[in-house]
Write a protein of this length. Structure first.
Length: 82
């Protein structure tokens, strides 16, 4: 196969499950500021796509976290300084 950098983003045709390729590998990084999180949407996707049991889950019970290499380089440098 070939790598497609998707310079215009994910194709709009992928909004319909029938438009998504049936083979291949899709890798992405998703970053979102805390004030921009849509908890209801994330909860629905966790249930529908990840098959998680989210009944009764409230946002205050979620432990939000990040991977060690996800913060910007200047933040990592500051952490190493301290």
């Amino acid at each position: 196969g070939t790598e497609d950098p998707l310079p215009l983003g994910v194709p709009r045709s992928w909004a319909d499950m029938k438009g998504i390729p049936t083979a291949g590998v899709f890798r992405a990084i998703y970053r979102c500021a805390p004030e921009d999180r849509n908890f209801a949407c994330r909860k629905e996707m966790a249930q529908r796509l990840g098959f998680f049991d989210v009944d009764g889950l409230v946002q205050d019970e979620v432990a939000w976290w990040t991977g060690l290499m996800e913060p910007p380089e200047d933040v990592l440098n500051l952490l190493e300084f301290f």
